[in-house]
Design a protein around this ligand. Structure first.
Ligand SMILES: [Zn+2]
Length: 487
């Protein structure tokens, strides 16, 4: 069936609500800085990717190189851009969405600027790099954003401001999608030629989606639309998306997993304090003076009650001397200078991260000092407008029902204020029992307070209102789970 599992459906609805309410929240707190997508996403990414995987040539070979689980994982990873800012348990969606060449969220339609066309080149090159230098798990996750954006481009209502956006992308969802018999083609023999072919091919895919919209429009806009007539038309756009997805997966794997000149290996063990209530998360490892980054993943044989342990591995790196930065939520970042790599050799680092102050702080980059993606731009914070002027807005911090959290801030700029905005997820409604809190700069002592979360899923976003760079506005901010719930 071309349908979403109930789980997936719930997530789609969740994402939609969240997105519409996020827009509202954005308006209410007057924060700007990212472009919100003008429309919802194509609703069937898993179905399209699955249909594509069924026809990719040499599947057994790729499964052997990547591992069956990672191959199957592509189906889920093709949702990643619709999961922006979400905590996915062992990683944040943003870990793979934010890359050097695309360090912010982007729209999913072909309207306006920047639009989804701007995503092809950076994510294509980043996916190839991941296949060439990272673990199969990281590489497959890193392919997800590109698959998603390519599929969104071909969604019938994504190239025009359609009054029938919802039906146009979801009314095909109970059909079987299969492109059996399609022979995927290699888009090019080199990165550049393949990217050029992809870019050209995408214009055909976009035109196909627009044409599908045109064909379906009279039927969809009828007084009592007959879905049995509409679905087969929309399904053709899904098939076109599956064909380009198959071409793309085949091309990425062929180019990305081809034999390479021998390079250097950098691997290591990371030991870090516990990330309270979410201790499966990986740790980010980035080379500060080169465009390489990856995620250390959790050691399956985790010692109980002893913080966290994970491993990372880069392979086929160019020889050179690198600065290696490591960061994990609830730990302080650490930079290793002068790590020299030699072709044919494996360098092993044993990395220990210190706890945050206060320990167990689940705010990402809580002092703004970790800056990898863009120079002088703290990772996971974005510049926005607050109620009184310029502000810095944090990545969402996920909170769980029944838990108490200690929240606070120490400010460096006496004019600064920190707003803690507590919201229900996915509705993004204010939580009745937990009003927004403000910590001001003039305050004596620690600006700290405790909240108890009594809704199923919640999040807090921190808005630091200050005209200064974040590191001059705050000493640190924190959200720390107090204790496990009783019973
Ligand atoms: Zn999308």
């Amino acid at each position: 069936m071309w349908c979403e599992s109930s789980d997936r459906l719930e997530r789609r609805q969740v994402t939609r609500h969240l997105r519409s309410l996020l827009l509202l929240t954005v308006a209410l707190v007057a924060t700007v800085g990212i472009r919100c997508p003008a429309a919802w996403a194509w609703g069937v990414h898993n179905v399209i990717t699955k249909a594509a995987l069924e026809v990719v040539p040499e599947a057994d070979h790729w499964k052997q190189l990547l591992g069956e689980g990672n191959w199957e994982g592509l189906i889920n990873y093709s949702w990643l851009p619709d999961q922006r800012d979400e905590d996915l348990g062992s990683f944040y969606a943003n870990d793979y969405l934010f890359i050097h060449e695309m360090p912010y969220h982007i729209g999913h339609v072909t309207l306006g600027a920047p639009n989804v066309r701007d995503a092809y080149a950076p994510y294509f090159r980043r996916a190839l790099q991941a296949l060439r230098t990272e673990t199969p798990e990281n590489a497959c996750r890193q392919m997800g954003p590109l698959l998603h954006f390519v599929q969104d481009s071909g969604a019938p209502p994504h190239s025009l401001d359609s009054p029938y956006h919802g039906p146009m992308e979801n009314w095909s969802s109970d059909r079987v999608l299969s492109i059996q018999g399609y022979q995927p083609r290699l888009l090019g023999q080199t990165d550049d030629s393949a990217l050029a072919a992809l870019t050209a091919r995408m214009e055909e895919v976009i035109a196909f989606g627009a044409k599908t919209h045109e064909r379906a429009l009279p039927l969809v806009s009828a007084e009592t639309p007959d879905r049995s007539l509409i679905e087969p038309i929309l399904l053709e756009a899904g098939a076109e998306c599956a064909r380009i997805t198959a071409d793309l997966i085949y091309t990425l794997l062929t180019l990305g997993l081809a034999d390479q000149p021998e390079g250097a290996v950098l691997e290591g063990r990371v030991t870090a304090p516990e990330f309270p209530l979410s201790n499966k998360h990986g740790a980010r490892v980035a080379l500060l003076n080169a465009p390489y980054a990856t995620l250390a993943t959790t050691d399956p044989n985790q010692p109980a009650n002893e913080g966290w342990r994970g491993f990372f591995r880069f392979h086929h790196l160019p020889a050179g001397t690198y600065r290696v930065a490591v960061y994990r939520t609830a730990a302080q970042p650490r930079v290793y200078e002068d790590v020299t790599l030699t072709v044919g050799e494996t360098k092993i680092l044993d990395i220990t991260l210190a706890p945050t102050n206060p320990a167990g702080n689940i705010v990402e980059n809580p002092d703004g000092r970790f800056s990898y993606l863009q120079p002088n731009q703290p990772d996971r914070w974005r510049q926005t407008k607050g109620e009184t002027g310029p502000a810095w807005t944090s990545q969402r911090v996920h909170l769980l029902e029944g838990h108490e959290y200690r929240c606070g801030a120490v400010l460096r700029d006496p004019e600064a204020r920190v707003r803690f905005l507590f919201r229900e997820v996915p509705s993004f409604k204010a939580i009745e029992s937990v009003p927004d809190q403000v910590v001001t700069g003039g305050q004596e002592g620690l600006g700290e307070f405790t909240v108890k979360i009594d809704v199923k899923r919640a999040a807090v976003t921190l808005v630091v209102e200050s005209a200064k760079p974040l590191t001059e506005a705050i000493e640190r901010v924190w959200v720390v789970p107090v204790e496990a719930p009783q019973g």
